[in-house]
Design a protein around this ligand. Structure first.
Ligand SMILES: [Zn+2]
Length: 446
């Protein structure tokens, strides 16, 4: 009953109060997803031409940089687009205000900062239309996972917002309808409290950082509190490890929807209800997969993810190299949506560890493999502070971890990194989190 009211009464009223158009954007996106890929590609091309021309006309940074490359502000085809220079985090840091559009006053833009867990914090700005369109895109992908406007949800992450004003309390009661589990303080008491909140509010969907949902699933299983049956689970903001996905799905009897995005451009890709890969949010973002030499990767090949934001005029990001690696796909999804797929996200460049010979080790894939192969390792993080020293921080599952597990782990790491690297294994009660409550599985400080 409350869900119906929230969806059909409170949500539209709140939109009017905020002067927002999310419902309209969501409606458009819901229709677009069923267009064929050719039509979507044509629409995307119109947006690309527009945003690149806009950035050239309104942002001093793009004007100077693109003009220096001989560009006159008009794209004539995708080849022209692919010749535009790559924008790196360091470019944003050094030219912050030059990327802002003259059309907006800085105070009218929404400000955000990236977490900076890779050592590079960025100051970002979005115009308000972009903000609403991004919200709508997230809502469309939430719907693929089983969510709908007005549904009660459970959010599992660090430092959840506190409804400290009356307005926020009313909004949460009538509209957002969210219960929280703060993963900065996850323990038996907080999990019991969460379980009671769940029984009282009966949320339908769980949102959260994948590793935090995994830790919750572990607790629930251990405490025998398994009567939590959501209709959807949305894993965001972090790599979803396969072994963790399996446990989450087993405990909640519900598939996990893997979603990929970043603070800089919002939603990039998300699985639909078929879970056959991640649909690219091509209405709002151009996603390229580029190899180190700048050429395009073929389907199945791991490469740098480079994105162009089609909707943020406040601070356009054109051919921005996020620092994540992923794998493009040429498969189409059996759901029939025209939005193309990517295979998977494979991690951040900062997650790659180094061998003494200079070659790289994909930290997250290594951990994924280890968790699957060696019994009794509940969680693991690899930290490399020196080229010849790798520390594995391990949370043990006391029932299944044995001397043999330790031996296998040591052998595996020694084989991967080579005999000249000292492997240290530390047993810890829990993995450390970032300030935002996320986890990093592999940290290379070399
Ligand atoms: Zn699909």
């Amino acid at each position: 009953m409350l869900t119906w009211f929230s969806r059909h009464v409170f949500f539209p009223l709140w939109e009017i109060k905020d002067g927002a158009h999310r419902a309209k954007y969501l409606h458009e996106l819901s229709i677009n997803q069923w267009l064929d890929s050719e039509s979507l590609r044509r629409r995307q091309w119109d947006c690309v031409r527009e945003i690149v021309g806009y950035a050239f006309d309104h942002c001093s940074y793009y004007r100077a940089r693109l003009a220096a490359e001989g560009f006159d502000g008009v794209l004539r085809g995708w080849d022209d687009f692919r010749r535009l220079p790559i924008l790196r985090k360091s470019d944003i840091r050094q030219n912050g205000n030059g990327l802002l559009s003259r059309e907006f006053k800085q105070k009218d833009l929404v400000e955000a900062k990236t977490g900076g867990s890779t050592g590079v914090a960025l100051q970002l700005y979005f115009d308000s239309t972009c903000q609403e369109m991004r919200n709508a895109a997230a809502m469309r992908s939430d719907q693929w996972a089983g969510w709908d406007i007005g549904m009660a949800v459970a959010a599992i992450w660090g430092n959840p917002p506190v409804a400290d004003t009356l307005k926020k309390k009313i909004r949460n009661l009538l509209l957002d309808r969210t219960i929280y589990l703060d993963t900065m303080q996850i323990n038996e008491d907080s999990v019991h409290r969460f379980f009671r909140d769940w029984q009282r509010t009966k949320p339908r969907v769980i949102f959260g950082h994948s590793h935090s949902i995994y830790i919750l699933a572990n607790y629930l299983q251990r405490l025998g509190l398994e009567a939590i049956r959501p209709c959807g689970i949305i894993s965001t903001s972090m790599m979803l490890l396969e072994p963790e996905r399996r446990l989450i799905e087993e405990v909640f009897h519900c598939p996990v929807t893997n979603r990929y995005g970043c603070e800089e451009v919002g939603l990039i890709a998300c699985e639909c209800e078929r879970h056959e890969g991640l649909h690219l949010n091509m209405d709002h973002v151009v996603v390229e997969f580029l190899k180190e030499d700048g050429t395009e990767a073929v389907p199945g090949e791991e490469a740098n993810i480079v994105v162009t934001d089609l909707i943020n005029r406040g601070m356009p990001l054109i051919r921005y190299q996020i620092g994540d690696m992923g794998v493009p796909s040429d498969r189409s999804c059996s759901c029939g949506r025209g939005l193309p797929l990517m295979e998977r996200v494979t991690g951040r460049q900062a997650d790659f560890l180094k061998r003494p010979d200079g070659s790289l080790v994909a930290g997250v894939s290594l951990i994924e493999r280890t968790l699957t192969a060696i019994p009794g390792i509940e969680q693991m993080q690899l930290v490399q502070d020196e080229l010849h020293h790798v520390c594995a921080k391990v949370v043990r599952d006391s029932h299944h971890f044995s001397k043999d597990s330790e031996l296998k782990l040591r052998n595996e790491l020694q084989t991967v990194f080579g005999k000249d690297v000292v492997i240290e294994i530390q047993y810890v009660p829990a993995l450390g989190q970032t300030r935002m409550g996320k986890y990093r599985f592999a940290i290379c400080n070399v």
